[in-house]
Design a protein around this ligand. Structure first.
Ligand code: 5GP
Ligand code: MN
Length: 328
């Protein structure tokens, strides 16, 4: 990757707007704050504007309260006032939902730092490589290869959170020896693994666990040799449990944890439609399955959003599309 080019964009401009995808995870937020810290060390003006509010379990990654939730009236002008727009952890403009028009129509320098497949051609400077396990790892590599700043505890913690979550706590296929070496270095700056894990995964609200209970109760097996397992979460369930969309993060893995299941799916009814999370084992490419419905993601983890509200109408169609992949 042309990290020198990214370095000069950072050094030769004054003001930056960083953003990430809808429903951000720790790689999204950790990568944003890591880039924020780099730019602040260089003395730049930096804004972080996201479509979705910051999930409560990730607030520790934003101790200075710098992340703002997008409002068209408040922020649209900013997209043309700053010098550079930086997208992290996504590579298609529809992933920023209602921010898309302000982003697309801006004539400022656009940069994307990301590790997903099938990027859209939507920025001037794409730093995209799907061989990285997390966007946070790209930022680590950028810092090390250019020496643009030196690592400190804050940046290390942001990058560690990004890598830890996107590797499924160091167990997914792309968990290389190199990623452990990187983690070891981050620990040397004072990151405490148990603390980061606890903050992200072990301070769930009661409502989240109640929601998990409903999601587990809804699980059904489907397809050849019961190779597919799916769960459905409706707006009713959110109402009953008082949980929210981001509380569903990670639930889909339970569908995949059933013996013999090769594809796990979670249907989540939203206020304005529904979303499906796809997970798979081995070489089953659920990113291709998601792409059949205008979604995307990684080989083993992908998703798609639907604008129609009725899950029951689409469920059989999506299940039968998924069934082909069981036979691969
Ligand atoms: P999740 O199921 O956790 O929401 O998302 C899993 C992966 O799929 C993430 O890497 C995410 O970037 C990708 N993904 C989820 N939803 C969508 C979508 O609607 N469009 C695209 N292009 N990717 C998605
Ligand atoms: Mn990521």
């Amino acid at each position: 990757m042309e990290f020198k080019q990214l370095k000069s964009i950072f050094e030769n401009n004054d003001s930056f707007l960083i953003t990430t995808h809808v429903n951000p995870d720790a790689d999204a937020i950790g990568s944003e704050t890591a880039v924020y810290y780099i730019l602040k060390k260089l003395g730049k003006h930096v804004f972080i504007i996201n479509y979705s509010p910051l999930p409560y379990n990730l607030t520790f990654l934003d101790p200075e309260n710098k992340i703002e939730t997008y409002s068209s009236e408040k922020h649209d002008k900013l997209f043309n006032d700053v010098d550079v727009l930086i997208c992290v952890d996504f590579n298609r403009s529809d992933r920023i939902v209602t921010m898309q028009p302000a982003f697309v129509s801006s004539n400022k320098i656009k940069v994307c730092i990301d590790h997903h497949q099938d990027p859209e051609n939507f920025v001037d400077f794409p730093f995209i490589d799907d061989s990285y396990c997390a966007t946070g790892e790209i930022i680590y590599d950028f810092i090390k290869k250019t020496g643009i700043i030196s690592l400190d505890k804050n940046i290390s913690e942001a990058i560690y959170a990004a890598i830890m979550t996107d590797t499924g706590s160091f167990r997914f296929e792309r968990t290389s020896s190199n990623i452990h070496i990187i983690a070891a270095e981050l620990l040397s700056f004072g990151v405490i693994p148990g603390e980061v894990y606890d903050k992200i995964y072990e301070r769930g609200k009661f409502s989240r666990i109640k929601l998990l209970g409903s999601a587990l109760a809804s699980m059904k097996l489907y397809g050849k040799d019961d190779g597919l397992c799916y769960m459905v979460i409706t707006q009713n369930t959110f109402g009953e449990t008082k949980a929210e969309e981001f509380d569903t993060d990670g639930f889909v893995n339970f569908a995949l944890s059933v013996e013999g299941v090769k594809i796990g799916m979670m249907f989540v009814e939203l206020k304005e439609g529904f979303k499906v999370s796809f997970r798979s084992k081995g070489s089953i490419p659920v990113n291709k399955l998601a792409a059949e419905f205008d979604g995307g993601g990684h080989v083993n983890a992908s998703g798609a959003r639907f604008h129609i509200k009725n899950i029951n109408e689409m469920l059989p169609i999506i299940l039968s599309a998924a069934e082909k992949y069981l036979k691969l």
